[in-house]
Each structure stands twice: as structure tokens, then as C-alpha cells.
Design a protein around this ligand. Sequence first.
Ligand SMILES: Nc1ncnc2c1ncn2[C@@H]1O[C@H](COP(=O)(O)OP(=O)(O)OP(=O)(O)O)[C@@H](O)[C@H]1O
Ligand SMILES: [Mg+2]
Length: 259
Amino acid sequence: MYDDISKKLESKLDKKLVSKSKKKQLDDGFKKGKVINEVLDKPTVMTLYKMIKDHIISYVNGAVSAGKESLLFWAVNDEKKNVALKIYLVSTSNFKKRESYITGDPRFSKVRRGTKNLIYLWAKKEFKNLSQCYDCNLPVPKPLYVTNNVLVMDFIGQNGVPCKTLLESEVDESDYRQCLSILQRLYKDAKLVHGDYSEYNIFKTPDGLVLFDLGSAVDIRHSNAIEFLKRDIKNINHFFSKRGLSVSDPSHLLEEIIK
Ligand SMILES: Nc1ncnc2c1ncn2[C@@H]1O[C@H](COP(=O)(O)OP(=O)(O)OP(=O)(O)O)[C@@H](O)[C@H]1O
Ligand SMILES: [Mg+2]
């Protein structure tokens, strides 16, 4: 019976993915069929099934986006609230790249070897990073649950459509100021450096900016934290100057953030 339900769920999710890929929403690396086998492997399907059984979610509505390292699904919980499921890909993950964002972070000193363990740890790490931010009132999606390679958080957007990122939005001086303020509060209050702070990982919502994709964020005690922070400043400055805004001197910003 377990197998039966898992098959049903699998085929339901497969159909959703296939219909999305027909609409050309899943590009490069996510060829039909291949994707499905690679992404929704049996353990992932079982994890989703268990989450439904445990009333973490009520049902999965469909795929929203396929990133390089994760799939984003729109799901609904028992209270009819929209939630986002971030499912980390076990098979396509860039395991070497990830390792440097975990080794050296004192919060994760005991890392078990093996790709699968690392992926599970990565999901936990993003959950922890989101929680640290959320607890400091930083604007991030509220983390709700994590198990294996699946992270559940508030859905930022409406009817399964995510809010626009900075890249997809008109931006102004006030957005730049908000970006810098978030970067500083991230460091000072949440004690984190994002590591991938960019126009791709910040939503512009009617209520202000919302930071997401915190998988690569590291503790400020990480030996590369300052290097990552410098890169974050550089990236965000680069984006806003490309959009025609005048930006502050990066070394001055760095000093301000870490002082
Ligand atoms: N909480 C959320 N609510 C709504 N949509 C979300 C949420 N989190 C992520 N998304 C959507 O999923 C996309 C990918 O998310 P994210 O950046 O966290 O994953 P990723 O694996 O880093 O993907 P990429 O490689 O594209 O950066 C986002 O661009 C956004 O459209
Ligand atoms: Mg991203």
C-alpha cells in the first residue's frame, strides 16, 4: 500500500513537471523524463508523502521553478496557506562547491561524508540560516519545516506565482538603501554573511524587499566570511550601478558593516 501511494504521488508530480516542461518553464539540464527520474527519486517522493501524512502540507500544487540546485514547488497546508517547498537535488548538486560553505562554519563541525548527507545538511543549513534571520526580524520567508532534502517556508507571492526579484523589477535609491541595511543587519544581528547576495535572490514585494536563497550563508566566524561579504557588496553595487544609480565605495561599506 505504501508503494501504491508512492506510485500515485510520483505520477501526479511527474505529470505536473511534464506539463510545466512542455510550457518551456524548465530549461537547461531539466529535460523531460530525465528530470523526473533525477529529481523525484523514490526517497524524495516518500519524504513528500510522509509530509502529507504528518499534515505538514496538504497537497502539492505544482512546480514553480527549476534552479541549478533545487526545485521550487508550490504546496498548500491544512490551513489553506500557500507554502514553498524547496527540494534540493541530490543528483545534480555541485558537491565540491557546497563543501566550502559548510567546512569552516563552527555550527556544522561534524559533517558526515557522502553527497546525500551533505545535501540533507545543506537543507538544514538553509533552514537554520532562515531561522536566525527570522528571529532577528529580517525580511525573509518564514521557515516552517525541514526534513531530508525538502525545506518548507512561506510562499512569497500569490497563486503560485512568486514575487518579482530585483532583477525583474524597476529599482530606485530606496531599494539600494534597503539592500545595504539588510546586508548590515544580516551581519550584525543574525551573525551571517549571505554568500550569494544578488538581484536574483531578493524579492521586491509591495511591503519591501525580501531576502531568500540562504543555503550558502555562513556564520561570521567562517574563515572566508569577510571574502564572501566583500563579494556580496561588490555584486549588489554592480547591479545598482548597472541600473544607473550612484553607489557607495565598497571598502567604506565593508567598514560600516563590520565595525
Ligand atoms: N519562499 C519562496 N516563495 C516563492 N517563490 C520562491 C521562494 N523561494 C524561492 N522561490 C522561487 O524559486 C526560485 C529559486 O529559488 P532559490 O534561488 O532559493 O533556489 P536556487 O537553487 O538557488 O535556484 P537558482 O540556482 O536559480 O538560484 C526563485 O527565483 C523564486 O522564483
Ligand atoms: Mg537563487
